[in-house]
Ligand binder design. Structure first.
Ligand code: SAM
Length: 327
């Protein structure tokens, strides 16, 4: 197997796969109130098609996969896809990003199918606020049960992703941080990104500001050696059981270490979350493209990966909501 790198010599070994554009929540920072236009089912890649792409990618050097969405657990039979992906020899890590609402129902079968770990979105610990942020019929208790189920079956480490929004949930920063002291909670605070053409500036809280507020609980020590090779920078309070991560797409982009490609639910290969360049794989797949042909298309998309996004400069290129792209 040869390594894969882009035109800036960044090693590319990670593919995020969005399996659906559908979601059982409509979080205020992700979707417009009226929801988003959904693709017809025939536009969504089948599990066999996703497997074909992942196999070709693995032969090029991809060894980490993350399944996301939309909400991946609303797609029927997701464990079957996980099992198919886990069967690809070169793949040594398969993770899932989920809102956790359905996780308690599926955690055991996902683990048995070969899933290694989960990231769960959790933006509040308050029951009524959960309803307001997610604008859905689901309950916070379902997510908390999902977290417990993931831990019980060993889908670890469970990472909790909180998108921090001024005036919406930033008053809970300390509550989340406190959970990392006496429990093995791994909380990642994410800076709000602008999506759907909305101005996120009034709700934006920079990670430096979050950190300042958290330090009222004690000094945050960097986790050494550095945890993972993802975008988060990790810290912990002295003697804490869990960790705190900051993800700073806006105040301090991490593009220079970006190792990812994305496959959208409708079969587009997308080198950057925040750039609209995409290569279509769905039609070639349905026209019977060979594995060699798929690999060629994959390499072409990797070669087009931009050096960095320009969010800090106010450029918001994405016309597609994150639920389509797989945020
Ligand atoms: N449904 C799954 C979930 O809720 O985790 C997966 C899809 S969701 C689009 C993936 C991630 O994107 C979540 O962690 C969510 O918090 C993040 N996200 C969505 N909109 C965002 C925004 N405007 N700014 C920062 N992160 C965002």
């Amino acid at each position: 197997m040869t390594g894969l790198s882009d035109s800036f010599q960044r090693p590319i070994n990670y593919l995020r796969i969005s399996v659906t554009d559908r979601c059982n929540l409509r979080c205020i920072y992700c979707m417009p109130a009226g929801g988003v236009e959904l693709r017809p089912h025939s536009d969504i890649l089948s599990y066999e098609e996703i497997h074909n792409v992942a196999r070709a990618a693995a032969e090029l050097g991809i060894n980490k996969l993350r399944v996301t969405g939309g909400e991946p657990l609303v797609r029927l039979g997701l464990s079957r896809l996980i099992e198919m992906l886990a069967g690809i020899e070169a793949i040594d890590d398969i993770a899932l990003t989920t809102n956790g609402v359905l996780l308690a129902d599926y955690a055991a079968e996902l683990k048995a199918a070969g899933l290694k770990r989960v990231n769960i979105s959790l933006d509040t610990l308050k029951y009524d606020r959960f309803k307001r942020i997610t604008r859905g019929e689901s309950e916070l208790s379902q997510v908390l049960e999902g977290i417990e189920a993931a831990k019980r079956v060993g889908l670890e480490p469970v990472k909790l992703n909180m998108v921090v929004m001024s005036g919406i949930n930033d008053d809970e920063l300390l509550d989340f941080a406190a959970k990392t002291i006496d429990q093995d909670w791994h909380v990642r605070f994410i800076e709000l990104m602008p999506v759907n053409g909305e101005d996120s500036a009034p709700r934006f809280v920079a990670a430096a500001e979050m950190r300042k507020r958290l330090e009222s609980l004690g000094e945050l020590e960097p986790c050494l050696p550095a945890v993972g090779n993802g975008p988060a920078k990790y810290f912990r309070f002295a003697n804490a059981k869990g960790t705190i991560g900051f993800i700073t797409p806006v105040s301090e982009h991490f593009c220079f270490n970006c190792n990812r490609m994305r496959l959208t639910a409708d079969g587009k290969l997308r080198p950057c979350l925040l750039s609209d360049y995409e290569i279509d794989l769905k039609q070639p797949l349905r026209d019977g493209v060979s594995k060699a042909g798929l690999k060629k298309l994959f390499k072409k998309a990797v070669a087009e990966k931009p050096l960095r996004h320009k969010l800090a400069e106010g450029e918001v290129p994405s016309r597609r909501p994150f639920s389509h792209v797989g945020g």
